[in-house]
Design a protein around this ligand. Sequence first.
Ligand code: NAD
Length: 334
Amino acid sequence: MNIVQIGYGYWGANVARNIALSSKTNLKALVDTSEDRRQAARTAFQSQVEISADYHSYLNDPTVDGFALAIQTGPAFEVAKQIMSAGKHLFLEKPMAESGEKAQQLTDLAEEKGVVLHVDHIMLFHPIIRRIKHMYDDDELGKLVYFDFSRMNLGPIRKDVNAMLDLAVHDLAVIDFISGGVEPFHVEAIGAKHYGNQETLTYLTLNYPGFLAHIKSSWISPIKERRTIIGFEKKMVIFDDMKTVEKLTIYDHGIVEAGEEYGAYEFRARSGDILIPYIPAEDALRNSIEHFADCATSGRQSIANGRHGVKIARILDAARARLNANPGDETEHI
Ligand SMILES: NC(=O)c1ccc[n+]([C@@H]2O[C@H](COP(=O)([O-])OP(=O)(O)OC[C@H]3O[C@@H](n4cnc5c(N)ncnc54)[C@H](O)[C@@H]3O)[C@@H](O)[C@H]2O)c1
């Protein structure tokens, strides 16, 4: 599959490297408006890849099958529309759009044009998340009780979106994927804009039918953390993506009814084995790109298609409304 990539910034460099390395994709051209970034691309790819400042000529190029778009979220919307209007498949970096309404417009356009729209919700393609999903679907873990996500680092402070749109989007996509598409019926969110016009720290709490979720997104933490705790009725799991190996720990722990001696309604903690399964390392970004290529070649829908993206964008709309709601008066006591 021949791909033209627009945007060769911090993340775009990773996307381009993986497109170039995969046997399923060919990186035909890299486009960036910045001369510095074009020079960086020339250094990385020598003469194997065309380097350009303008993507328009590729829109009607019959040798181009699809585009990868790794620019800021705001301008990406119009560029994404041009790409799909030209009948080209699109690998779109997260967050899919600034609002659910815009995400819906992109989804409608993809369906109208019959092209694959794949949102890079990269965690869906992470081997650990996939293992947890398999275990859940096979009923090894029991029903969902809660998700607890911590995604924090010192920067980078983005201008185009807040920490919630940048980071929580991954966690909401994971909940959607593991739960099989369960949607929340209530969301609360608080955040703080300590530096600039965007929230650099947000806390989301969500009520889903049968389980809760808490999502912490921070650009102002002294340490980097990428930790997911999921409580199921039979077992509990911790996925620590900062570890280089042994990222997943499965606790055969739970809460059970205590029996007669504690009274009819008492529960007690149950502790069992702790298992660290061997899961071969895979590059989630490579998996995401190859899934996009497989869908574009076979005509199948991506598991991270527009409809999935719209669900996440709408939850973020609701969360943003809560962030913007009157936060109360500091002089009052609660
Ligand atoms: N999937 C992930 O885990 C993940 C991780 C990090 C970033 N991202 C996403 O990737 C996207 C890019 O992030 P980044 O950190 O690389 O940003 P960046 O600012 O470092 O890079 C953006 C690049 O796009 C170029 N650009 C902007 N408009 C252009 C246009 N119209 N034509 C050509 N080039 C243009 C800029 O010159 C810049 O080099 C964002 O949407 C971000 O959310 C995804």
